[in-house]
Design a protein around this ligand. Structure first.
Ligand code: PLP
Length: 387
C-alpha cells in the first residue's frame, strides 16, 4: 500500500524545541511570559501592523474584533457565504446575524455586489448605517481572505470608511500574503481593515497548536483587546472587573512554538510556491481540471491548492472525487458547505451565490503540506490523470 498523503500537516523544523523547552525549564508555561509579547511584536513587524494582540484562537480573535468594531445584538454583518464557518459563528456570538454575499473567482468576497448593496440598499441613521429592507443596523463588514488569496477590496473598504461602516478582516488563512500592485502595494493581508485576525491552528501556514492574533493600527482598540482578552481586569489585585471579559490570552508555551514557526514563514511560503509549480507542471496535460488561479496583484501565501473540476466525469462531483482519492490514500477536501445553507444560518438573507454554488460543486483542495515531497506530488498527479 502506498504511503498516505495528508491534506496539510505542520512542519516543526526550526527553533521550536529550543523555545518550548525554555518555557518548560523555567516554568513559564501559562499566559504570562516573554514569548507572548515577543510573538506579538514579531507578528506586528511581519505584517507591518502597529499593534498585535495574541489570542487563544483565530475564532476568539474574530469574536473580540467584531465586538471592538461595535457589532451588537440584532445587527447585520456583511459576510461571504464561502468561508470556514468560524467567522460566521463569531457574528452570532454577539447576537448579530450575517447577511451573505457571493464570492469572486479567487473564492474571496466579491466586492461588486457588496458595493452595489451599500449604494442602493442602505441608509445612514444616527447610530450608523441601516439596511433599508429590514431596518436593521449594519454592525460591520467581515471579508475573509480565503486560502490565503489577497482580497480585491481597496475600493470596498474606502466605501465602508466613507459610510462609517467598520471592517474586520478574517485573514486567518493569509499570513505571509502581501499586495504587490495597486492601492495596497506593499501592505500585508488583514492590515487595511480596522482590525485583522490571524489563526495558528494546526493546519494553517504556521501553527501554535491552537492560537490566533488580532492586528490593528489603532492603539485604543489594541488596549481594549488586551483588556477584554484577559478577563477585563480593572484592579488585578482586588479582582475588580467593570466589564464582561474573556479568558482568551494565548499561553507562553503556544507563543514559543509560534515564535519558532514565524521565523520560518518566508521559507514555508517559498516551498508552497515551489510545490504548486510542480503540481502545475505535472497536471499540464490534464484537460478536465485546472489549479485555481491566485490573484496577480499579490504575493499570496498559497496556503491551499484548490483544484477546479472544469469538465468530464468529475464535473459537479467534488465530493465523489474526494472519496475516490481517499481510496488511493490521498487526503483532499471539498470547499466548505456554503454558510447560508448551514443549519444555524438558513434563515439569513443571501444576496446571490451563483459562483459560490459552482465552486463548491467543483473544487477539491489537494495535499499542500510545506514538506510535501516531489514524489508525493507525482503520485497525486498520477492518480488524478488515472481517475
Ligand atoms: C482557521 C480559520 C478560522 C478559525 O481559526 P481557529 O484558530 O481555528 O479558531 C477562522 N476563519 C477561517 C477562514 C479559518 O480558516
Amino acid at each position: 500500500m502506498a504511503e498516505f498523503i495528508p491534506l496539510s500537516v505542520p512542519v516543526i523544523a526550526g527553533n521550536e524545541w529550543t523555545y518550548v523547552r525554555e518555557c518548560l525549564d523555567t516554568g513559564w508555561v501559562s499566559s504570562a511570559g516573554k514569548f507572548v509579547t515577543r510573538f506579538e511584536d514579531e507578528l506586528a513587524a511581519c505584517t507591518g501592523a502597529s499593534h498585535a494582540v495574541a489570542c487563544t484562537s483565530g475564532t476568539a480573535a474574530l469574536h473580540v474584533a467584531l465586538q471592538l468594531a461595535g457589532v451588537r445584538s440584532c445587527d447585520l454583518v456583511l459576510a461571504p457565504t464561502v468561508t470556514f464557518i468560524a467567522p460566521i459563528n463569531a457574528i452570532r456570538y454577539l447576537g448579530a446575524d450575517p447577511l451573505f454575499f457571493d464570492c469572486d473567482r479567487f473564492y474571496n468576497l466579491d466586492p461588486g455586489p457588496v458595493r452595489d448593496y451599500l449604494a442602493n440598499e442602505t441608509q445612514p441613521q444616527a447610530d450608523g448605517l441601516h439596511d433599508r429592507r429590514s431596518g436593521r443596523r449594519l454592525g460591520a463588514l467581515l471579508p475573509v481572505a480565503v486560502f490565503g488569496n489577497a482580497g480585491d477590496w481597496a475600493d470596498l473598504y474606502a466605501d465602508c470608511r466613507a459610510r462609517g461602516l467598520p471592517v474586520v478582516e478574517d485573514a486567518t488563512e493569509a499570513l505571509g500574503t502581501r499586495y504587490t500592485t495597486g492601492a495596497w502595494a506593499g501592505r500585508h493581508a488583514g492590515t487595511r481593515a480596522d482590525l485583522g485576525c490571524f489563526s495558528f491552528n494546526g493546519n494553517k501556514i504556521i501553527t501554535t497548536g491552537g492560537g490566533g492574533m488580532m492586528v490593528t493600527d489603532r492603539g485604543d482598540l489594541a488596549a481594549r483587546a488586551r483588556y477584554l482578552t484577559q478577563q477585563a481586569k480593572d484592579d488585578a489585585v482586588a479582582f475588580r472587573h467593570d466589564e464582561v471579559g474573556y479568558n482568551y490570552r494565548l499561553t507562553n508555551l503556544a507563543a514559543a512554538l509560534g515564535v519558532g514557526q514565524l521565523e520560518q514563514l518566508e521559507a514555508f511560503v517559498a516551498r508552497k510556491h515551489a510545490n504548486l509549480a510542480l503540481y502545475r507542471e505535472r497536471l499540464a496535460g490534464c484537460d478536465w481540471c485546472e489549479l485555481a488561479p491566485s490573484p496577480a496583484y499579490a504575493r499570496n501565501n498559497l496556503w491551499m491548492y484548490p483544484l477546479y473540476l472544469k469538465d468530464g466525469t468529475w464535473r459537479g462531483r467534488a465530493r465523489d472525487l474526494v472519496d475516490a482519492l481517499a481510496a488511493e490514500g490521498i487526503e483532499t477536501r471539498p470547499l466548505w458547505q456554503l454558510n447560508h445553507q448551514q443549519a444555524p444560518y438558513r434563515a439569513c438573507r443571501v444576496i446571490g451565490a451563483a459562483r459560490a454554488q459552482d465552486l463548491v460543486a467543483n473544487t477539491v483542495n489537494l495535499p499542500c503540506s510545506v514538506d510535501l515531497t516531489p514524489a508525493a506530488i507525482d503520485r497525486v498527479c498520477e492518480v488524478l490523470h488515472r481517475v
